[in-house]
Write a protein that binds this ligand. Structure first.
Ligand code: NAI
Length: 416
């Protein structure tokens, strides 16, 4: 069985590698010089084929990599087993492991005293400032992949508790403008469609949060024929959703109207007991935000008289008030827990940013040796990295664009 799993994992990684042409170009550029040789990297990622290919790229450029999941439900065991067979790579991850096992995997990886970390959601950083502090002695810096992790880093930085320099990969244009928007827009619906096998057209869909992710989801839902309602707490985002043609209202009101609900806020308690009790019979709930705190599944269980698995990844809750509500993937990110995550071409851009940031951090270590230490803090990804990845992406897609003439540059710089 594990042998078949390894074969299946290898096939999945081989498939995405053909569609991750930007990373392939970066690997080609740096393979000979092996700029990550001698570096230990710990990567906490959604363990599926695209992240596996990023990990392989790091190893191919010389790094010794310890990879873990960043969410117990998004780990694909076949991919984890296949990745573990890569030279210089060790994987600690198992699908649906307990919380205790999950944290132990992260600790085991950190014991290797990384020079560089790749975090997705901030759990590695959380350990490194608490129980795993002793393993941070060689840490030069790291990258954070997602919005929620960045919130956590910002909170730490504001309290002077962030002890390392971290790149805010999420805010690179080539990441959030494509991954969060188009990636989540498509893959969240992929997760819902695969899991429920229900029609979207004609239904009323409620999207909570109109940020990068939520706006992408709302647009894709409209494309599939749904009547879309948006809920927000930010006035500007709410206005934008309205002008983009969506109905905007409070969740209290939307809860009565929706057939499908998708949360993408990065906040907690977005859909709670007040909402469950007024929902339509058969309402489907899914979350695309990083943590499973947006839909209050505990309260859902408390106000239910019965609870059973309706189908793989669909829990049915029979409420005391009579309706049955369906929760997908335990309220964890539906696109990763119930599907394969974002499209390969999208993650090619995000992970090219990650890879370029890791290569950049590796140069910090050389500077550290001559006495310079990059101060702790949250850093924006340098514009040159964004530009390089965008240029490579255009090249891969065979798109050529205009270039400013000297006169135009002068006009734009001087205003005349
Ligand atoms: P964002 O900051 O661009 O948007 C979040 C929006 O939610 C904001 O407009 C905010 O005003 C709104 N919001 C906050 N609390 C709310 C509430 N209680 N009710 C209604 N609206 C509320 O963030 P982004 O990039 O859209 O990310 C959202 C979440 O999705 C984060 O947890 C992020 O980590 C996660 N994410 C998930 C991905 C996936 O693959 N499923 C990919 C990228 C990000």
């Amino acid at each position: 069985m594990p042998k078949n799993q390894v074969t299946s994992g290898k096939q999945k990684i081989a498939w995405v590698s053909k569609h991750m042409q930007i990373i392939n170009k970066i690997i080609d550029e740096y393979r000979e010089t092996q700029p990550l040789s001698g570096y230990v990297i710990v990567a906490s990622v959604h363990m599926e084929a695209k992240t596996a290919y990023l990990v392989q790229a790091l190893a191919e450029l010389g790094a010794e990599v310890y990879a873990t999941g960043c969410n117990p439900l998004s780990t694909q065991d076949d991919v984890a087993l296949a990745l573990n067979e890569t030279p210089r790579v060790t994987v600690y991850a198992k699908h649906n492991c307990s919380d205790k096992e999950y944290w132990n995997f992260l600790k085991k990886a950190l014991k290797n005293r990384p020079h560089i970390i790749i975090d997705d959601g901030g759990d590695l950083i959380e350990l490194l400032r608490n129980t795993c502090l002793e393993y941070s002695d060689r840490l030069v810096g790291g990258c954070e992949e997602t919005t929620t992790g960045v919130y956590r880093l910002k909170a730490l930085a504001s309290q002077n508790k962030l002890r390392f320099p971290m790149y805010n990969v999420n805010n690179a244009d080539c990441k959030h403008m494509f991954d969060n928007h188009y990636g989540t827009g498509q893959s969240a619906l992929d997760g819902i469609l695969r899991t429920t096998n229900l029609i979207i057209a004609g239904k009323t869909a409620v999207v909570a949060g109109y940020g990068d992710c939520g706006s992408g989801i709302a647009k894709r839902l409209r494309g599939l024929g749904a009547k879309v309602i948006v809920t927000e707490v930010d006035s500007v985002k709410a206005l934008r959703a309205n002008m983009d043609g969506f109905r905007v209202m409070k969740m209290d009101k939307a809860a009565r109207l929706g057939d499908i609900f998708i949360t993408a806020t990065g906040c907690k308690d977005v859909i709670t007991w007040h909402h469950f009790r007024v929902m339509k019979d058969g309402a489907v709930l899914a979350n695309a935000g990083h943590f499973n705190v947006e839909i209050d599944a505990e309260e859902l269980a408390i106000c239910s008289k019965n609870h059973y698995m309706a189908r793989n990844n669909i829990e049915a809750y029979e409420l005391n008030s009579g309706q049955t509500i369906y929760l997908l993937a335990e309220g964890r990110l539906v696109n990763l827990a119930a599907a394969d995550g974002h499209a390969a071409e999208i993650m090619d851009m995000s992970f090219s940013i990650q890879l370029m940031c890791v290569l950049d951090i590796a140069t910090w270590l050389t500077r550290d040796m001559v006495g310079y230490h990059t101060p702790s803090g949250l850093y924006s990804v340098p514009r040159e990295i964004d530009d390089k990845v965008a240029q490579l992406a255009l090249k891969v897609q065979g798109i050529k664009i205009d270039k400013l003439t000297e006169e135009q540059e002068d006009y734009l710089r001087n205003g005349f």
